[in-house]
Design a protein around this ligand. Structure first.
Ligand code: C2E
Ligand code: CA
Ligand code: CA
Length: 542
């Protein structure tokens, strides 16, 4: 048995009796086992085994099979080591020959491979495949209610576009840390891809899950310290509960996704629980957009803007899509698709012309009424953008000083000569520019002083922080005041968006903010509704 050939292939060869008492051990085996074994020869094979594997091994040889193989851990030099034991029975003497191969290297590699296959490379969280496996195991376990929560960051695309992918990655990693802190060891957090995270909450119904993920809202609301600038994000969350909202993995995930889009629809940064009669939105949206353009499914709504005396002074035009197939789809969902599909210049042009026509009508009721129109960075960079704007204004004969184009900081950041020329040309014609979502991007003073901008719009994220009872909100309030002072010091007007309650309104008013926009004073509405407001509210506070 101690043939040289075997010795070279195997790490150890042993012969044991029916009580697993060692009768023979190869020299190579003694060397492999190390110094301790050389000093005092092990007597029983079981004494070599890791305590957790003793039962396993005695079980396998209990019925004295002629041959068996199993993987167990051996204590070797005070460390544990995985081995494969292949055993052959010598029936005549009722003994076994054990051929041992050290497989610890393979086990480690195996564990590394398995970890890589099951985890997200960037964040180290479970990945989509592993999450699916875990939920399916949960389904098989027959345990009662559990919930799945889908979390999608609000404003991530902006961080990525403005600061680049490295910063985007840093935000995703930090997000994974913050989310990990709000869950327990029983919960499973995974990253599905992009800025989408998902949570399995075993033993928790939707209401309990709601209480858990609400903490995520606060966790994500804290500024992300992405030096040299802070980034501000939110998170929209949807919950589906087993078995009420689905009996299998894909239905549960789809319904959590639908609930998540409800959160986005309702103004983002909130939690929604799936409701059984909700319809899900799938991903053939691109085709539906093309179709929707032909069918005239796109239209504009207008959200009123007031001064701090609550006098109506203008509106922001917001694009809407009521799809035949998908129902109402939020701009945060369809605009990125349009941008990607190259449709934004076309639809942006349409929105601009349409808004100007509408403004002309509003002017019949209130001359000087102001219309803000959003311009995507993609649109601004496209050839002939300035001509488009000039054409829309000439065609409708609207006073150019009543048109404000809302651009984002990323438009300015990537501003090349072409962009700057267009800005200057339009400014000469009297058109004004406002920086949308101010404070979330670069907020560089240089842009503000160099470019022909007339106002800034403080992002919702700051406004939201105003009445929250957190230390961080003190910083946010200081930031708002600083932004207002900064803007005023260079003669820019300040608009606050996302104003939802009186506390926010009062704070902004006392900080010197010029204009207020938000659900508190008016949600986005039809042109008819604005016309009615104009009839009743001209010069009178809302
Ligand atoms: P935005 O320019 O920041 O527009 C303000 C968003 O805040 C709107 O969302 C509005 O409905 C929402 N909002 C207004 N008041 C409140 C409030 O009190 N609380 C909360 N939570 N939200 C409030 P909406 O209409 O879903 O539009 C989302 C984004 O889509 C816009 O963000 C804008 O970036 C883009 N968008 C909309 N229409 C157009 C368009 O015609 N062209 C381009 N390029 N982008 C557009
Ligand atoms: Ca806007
Ligand atoms: Ca905005």
């Amino acid at each position: 048995m101690s043939s040289p050939t075997l010795d070279r292939v195997l790490d150890a060869v042993l012969r044991v009796d029916d009580g697993l008492v060692i009768q023979y051990i190869s020299d190579s085996g003694l060397r492999w086992l190390g110094s301790a074994a050389a000093q005092e020869r092990p007597k029983n094979f079981l004494a070599l085994l890791h305590e957790n594997d003793v039962v396993l091994f005695t079980d396998v040889c209990k019925d004295k099979p002629d041959e068996f193989s199993c993987d167990v851990r051996v204590n070797k030099n005070a460390a544990e080591c995985w081995v494969n034991v292949r055993a052959y029975r010598l029936a005549a003497v009722d003994q076994y020959v054990l051929c041992i191969i050290d497989i610890s290297q393979w086990k480690t590699n195996d564990a590394v491979y398995r970890h890589a296959a099951e985890h997200d490379e960037l964040t180290g969280l479970a990945n989509r495949a592993f999450f699916k496996k875990t939920v399916e195991a949960q389904l098989r376990s027959g345990q009662p209610a559990f919930s799945i929560a889908l979390l999608d960051l609000d404003g991530f695309k902006k961080v990525n576009d403005t600061y680049g992918h490295a910063m985007g990655d840093a935000v995703l990693i930090e997000t994974s840390h913050r989310l990990t802190r709000i869950i327990t060891a029983d919960d499973v957090l995974a990253r599905l891809g992009g800025d989408e995270f998902v949570l399995l909450l075993p033993g928790q119904d939707a209401a309990m899950a709601h209480a858990v993920v609400k903490k995520a809202l606060l966790a994500i609301a804290r500024p992300f310290d992405t030096a040299p600038h802070n980034a501000y994000l939110g998170v929209s969350i949807g919950i589906a509960q087993f078995p009420d909202h689905g009996a299998d993995y894909s239905t549960l995930l789809k319904n959590a996704d639908t609930a998540m889009y409800h959160s986005k629809n309702a103004g983002k940064n909130r939690v929604s629980i799936f409701a059984v009669n909700d319809v899900s939105v799938d991903f053939s949206l691109k085709a539906a957009i093309h179709n929707g353009i032909q069918e005239g499914e796109f239209y504009l709504e207008y959200q009123p803007q007031y001064d701090v005396q609550r006098r109506l002074i203008g509106v922001e035009a917001l694009m809407r899509w009521n799809s035949r197939d998908f129902g109402r789809v939020v701009p945060d969902k369809f605009i990125p698709i349009m941008e990607e599909a190259g449709l934004m210049p076309f639809l942006g042009k349409w929105a601009l012309r349409y808004a100007c026509h509408q403004l002309k009508k509003f002017h019949q009721k209130m001359p000087g009424f102001v219309m803000s129109v959003n311009v995507s960075p993609v649109q601004f960079g496209a050839d002939g953008f300035d001509t488009q704007v000039v054409d829309a204004i000439t065609e409708t004969g609207v006073d150019p000083t009543t048109v404000i184009l809302e651009i984002t900081e990323s438009t300015l950041m990537h501003s090349q000569e072409k962009t700057e020329r267009a800005l200057a040309l339009l400014r000469e014609r009297g058109i004004r520019f406002s920086i949308d979502d101010f404070g979330t991007g670069f907020s560089s003073l240089a842009y503000l002083t160099r470019l022909p901008v007339s106002s800034i719009k403080i992002d919702k994220a700051f406004v939201r922080a105003i009445e929250e009872q957190r230390t961080a909100s003190v910083t946010d309030k200081k930031l708002i005041t600083a932004m207002i002072n900064l803007a005023h010091s260079i003669d820019l007007k300040v608009v606050a968006e996302g104003v939802e309650n009186e506390a926010q309104f009062e704070f902004l008013k006392h900080s010197g903010c010029d204009l207020i926009q938000g659900y508190l004073l008016g949600k986005p509405m039809s042109s008819d509704a604005i016309s009615r407001l104009l009839e009743h509210h001209v010069g009178t506070p809302a």
